[in-house]
Design a binder for this molecule. Structure first.
Ligand code: PTJ
Length: 263
């Protein structure tokens, strides 16, 4: 007898559906929107990400694996790493980001493009439910301005992003990475679009769905935990973001060639 496997608030997603993984990621976003975590525009951002994920073959390719390893080494070497969390990231993988923060010894900071106190609080509650002890970015007393940008994302925490040496930025629209770099920070980005400004500007871009990559990054940090600093520095220095992005674009071209005869 047929049984529905996953229920959304309105619809049924059968486990047998050929695109079940993608539909479940979409469901997380819609649920996140319904519960006040995600901005309306976040649903559009998800659509853009889905399109790139489709072109990448919806799997973590070799370039993403290499970026994840370099990111793991960078975070292990960091003195003051901070993970920035926006609405989409909280809806898609709050638990993974909390365990990444524990694994990396990194602080969590809420930072929104479509600033909203209500959404900020909802994100903090979600991260806390997943085990976060402390979440920065909500106290007006420690709020500071990141130079070189005008969007709401310029407001950062003095005890968090402003003081960080390494900042992890999940899926965002590219206005902040350059400002963070100018402020002397190393930027690690999750972005499915290898052509985006964020992807092109970050020191290390993980071109993969954050729903897959956040957990893999935490696992890689655990794997390299015993390695000495010299080995970690070597992993970082051998990584070249520009050529790795070119490899992600080649991954897309390869998929197009295999599936559509277009490349
Ligand atoms: O919560 P807020 O207010 O901070 O707003 C967050 C969004 C995401 C709405 C805001 O940052 C935004 O508008 O972003 P963009 O300009 O749409 O850019 C999002 C980028 O993330 C695009 O390059 C997408 O391809 C990429 N992306 C979308 N979904 C994922 C993703 N990358 C990794 N994993 C995903 N699941």
């Amino acid at each position: 007898m047929w049984e529905p496997e996953f229920l959304t608030t309105r619809h049924v997603i059968p486990r047998s559906h050929p695109r079940v993984e993608s539909l479940l990621i979409r469901k997380k976003l819609v649920d996140g929107f319904d519960s006040g975590l995600v901005a309306r525009e976040g649903l559009l951002a998800q659509g853009r990400g889905e399109a790139f994920d489709y072109l990448l073959g919806e799997k973590t390719g070799r370039p993403a694996r290499r970026a994840i390893r370099a990111a793991a080494a960078t975070l292990t070497l960091a003195e003051f790493p901070v993970i920035s969390v926006n609405g989409n990231a909280a809806a898609l993988c709050a638990a993974e980001l909390v365990s990444l923060s524990m694994q990396a010894g990194a602080k969590l900071e809420v930072n929104l493009f479509y600033a909203s106190k209500k959404r900020e609080q909802a994100i903090v509650r979600t991260l806390r439910k997943c085990g976060a002890q402390k979440v920065l970015g909500t106290s007006p007393a420690s709020s500071a301005r990141l130079q070189g940008m005008d969007s709401a994302r310029r407001m950062v925490d003095r005890d968090g992003i402003l003081a960080a040496d390494v900042v992890v930025v999940p899926l965002e629209d590219g206005d902040r990475t350059a400002a963070l770099k100018s402020a002397g920070k190393t930027v690690i980005a999750f972005d499915l679009n290898p052509l985006s400004r964020t992807a092109q500007t970050a020191h290390i871009t993980i071109v993969d769905n954050i729903t897959r990559a956040a957990g893999l990054l935490a696992a890689d940090i655990q794997k390299i935990a015993g390695k000495n600093a010299k080995v970690l520095h070597q992993i970082v220095s051998e990584f070249d973001n520009r050529s790795n992005l070119a490899d992600s674009i080649a991954q897309i071209r390869g998929n197009l060639a295999r599936r559509g005869g277009l490349a």
